[in-house]
Design a protein around this ligand. Structure first.
Ligand SMILES: Nc1ncnc2c1ncn2[C@@H]1O[C@H](COP(=O)(O)OP(=O)(O)O)[C@@H](O)[C@H]1O
Ligand SMILES: [Mg+2]
Length: 332
C-alpha cells in the first residue's frame, strides 16, 4: 500500500505541518549538541501525519539507528494500562543502546529511548494518571503521545508535553495537490478535485483512494472517482429526514418499520466505509445550505448533530450515535 511506501523518511518530506516540523528540526539540532528534549503530544485529526512525523523525527535525529530505541504501542489495542506499563518498564530497564552520527560528523551514544503511544485519548482518566506517573519515572525515556481528541487528556499530561497547545492541521488542497500529482498524473483535474474534497484534509484517505484509482485503466475521470467513494448526497439526506418525520407521525408498527428502514440505510452507508461522523457531516452540510428549511427546524437538527457528535466521541460507536440522533430529532 502507498501509505506505507510513501511514509516520509525525513522531516523535510512531511508536508503541510511547517509549524511543527520547524520546531522538531530545532530539537534535532539540540539533541546533536547534547541538549535534552521534552515529552511531546501530537494532536490532530487522523491522516495528517502524527505517526509519520514521529518516525521522521527519529530518523532525522538518529539515522538508521533510530528504531533500536523505539517502542510503538496503540492505547486502544493494548488491553489495559498495566500491559502498557509492563512493556514500558521492560523497555526502560533494557537501557539505551546504539550510537548515531551527529550533523557535525561525531559519533555519539543515543541519549534516550522513545515510547510512541498512539490514540492516548482512548485511555480512561485513571489510566492517564498511571501514564503520567510513567512519564516521570524513567529519566531516559521520552514519550511521544498521539491523540485525535486532545481535550480528553488530563491537564497533568498536557502540561508535561511540548506541542500540547498546537495541532496537526488538515492537509490543505494547495499542499496536497502537488504531493498527489507527484505520484500519479492519471486523474483529470475534476477527478483530483473530487478526490481531495472527499479526503477532507486526510492524506491517508487521499493516498488510499488514489492508490485504488490508479488500478483503473487509462485516464481517471470524475465518474471513476464516484464509483469508488461513498457520498451521502443532499437528496438522500432529505429522503432520510422525511422518512424519519413520517415514522414519528405514524402509528406504532408502521413507525417501527420505517425506523428499521432508516437504520438499515445507515448500516449500508457504514458497510461501504462511511463513518458515523461523516454521515453527520452530510446532515450538517444539507441543513446549513438548504435555504428553504425553517430556522427552528434547522436549529433542532443542528443541536441533535451536536449531541450525536458528543455521543460518538464518548461511546466509540459513531454509527449507533447516528441512529440515536435520527430517532431523537423532532422534525414536525
Ligand atoms: N503531513 C504529511 N506529510 C506527508 N505524508 C503524510 C502526511 N500525513 C499523512 N501522510 C501520509 O499518510 C499516511 C498516514 O499518515 P499517519 O502519519 O499515519 O497519520 P496519523 O498518524 O496522523 O493518523 C502516511 O503513511 C503518509 O504516507
Ligand atoms: Mg497515527
Amino acid at each position: 500500500m502507498w501509505i506505507e511506501q510513501y511514509r516520509p523518511a525525513t522531516l523535510d518530506e512531511v508536508i503541510g505541518q511547517p509549524h511543527i516540523v520547524e520546531r522538531l528540526k530545532f530539537m534535532v539540532e539540540g539533541i546533536h549538541k547534547g541538549e535534552d528534549i521534552p515529552h511531546m503530544l501530537f494532536a490532530g485529526m487522523q491522516g495528517t501525519g502524527k505517526t509519520s512525523t514521529a518516525i521522521a523525527f527519529m530518523k532525522t535525529a538518529f539515522g538508521d539507528a533510530w528504531s533500536q530505541n523505539w517502542l510503538e504501542m496503540n492505547a486502544s489495542d493494548e488491553r489495559s494500562i498495566s500491559v502498557i506499563r509492563s512493556k514500558v518498564k521492560e523497555f526502560a530497564s533494557r537501557g539505551v543502546i546504539g550510537t548515531y552520527t551527529t550533523n557535525t560528523g561525531e559519533t555519539k551514544p543515543i541519549p534516550f529511548n522513545t515510547v510512541f503511544l498512539d490514540e492516548c485519548d482512548n485511555l480512561t482518566p485513571e489510566a492517564q494518571a498511571a501514564l503520567r506517573r510513567m512519564m516521570e519515572r524513567y529519566p531516559q525515556t521520552r514519550f511521544i503521545l498521539s491523540a485525535n481528541y486532545p481535550q480528553k487528556l488530563i491537564d497533568p499530561i498536557k502540561d508535561r508535553c511540548a506541542f500540547a497547545s498546537t495541532r496537526f492541521r488538515p492537509i490543505s488542497v494547495e499542499v496536497m495537490r502537488p504531493a498527489l500529482l507527484a505520484l500519479s498524473t492519471a486523474l483529470t483535474d475534476e477527478a483530483l478535485d473530487l478526490l481531495m474534497r472527499t479526503s477532507r484534509g486526510s492524506m491517508r484517505k487521499a493516498l488510499n483512494l488514489l492508490w485504488t484509482l490508479t488500478r483503473v485503466a487509462g485516464e481517471v475521470d470524475v465518474e471513476d472517482v464516484e464509483d469508488y467513494i461513498v457520498t451521502l448526497e443532499p437528496t438522500r439526506v432529505k429522503a432520510l429526514l422525511s422518512k424519519v418525520a413520517k415514522a414519528k407521525g405514524a402509528e406504532r408498527s408502521k413507525g417501527l418499520r420505517l425506523y428499521r428502514e432508516v437504520d438499515k440505510e445507515v448500516d449500508a452507508l457504514s458497510a461501504r466505509g462511511m463513518s458515523g461522523v461523516e454521515i453527520l457531516d452530510a446532515f450538517y452540510d444539507l441543513v446549513t445550505t438548504d435555504e428553504s428549511m425553517p430556522l427552528a427546524l434547522q436549529q433542532r437538527i443542528l443541536s441533535g448533530i451536536g449531541q450525536a457528535l458528543h455521543w460518538a466521541s464518548v461511546a466509540q460507536d459513531d454509527v449507533l450515535a447516528v441512529k440515536a440522533f435520527l430517532r431523537n430529532i423532532t422534525l414536525i
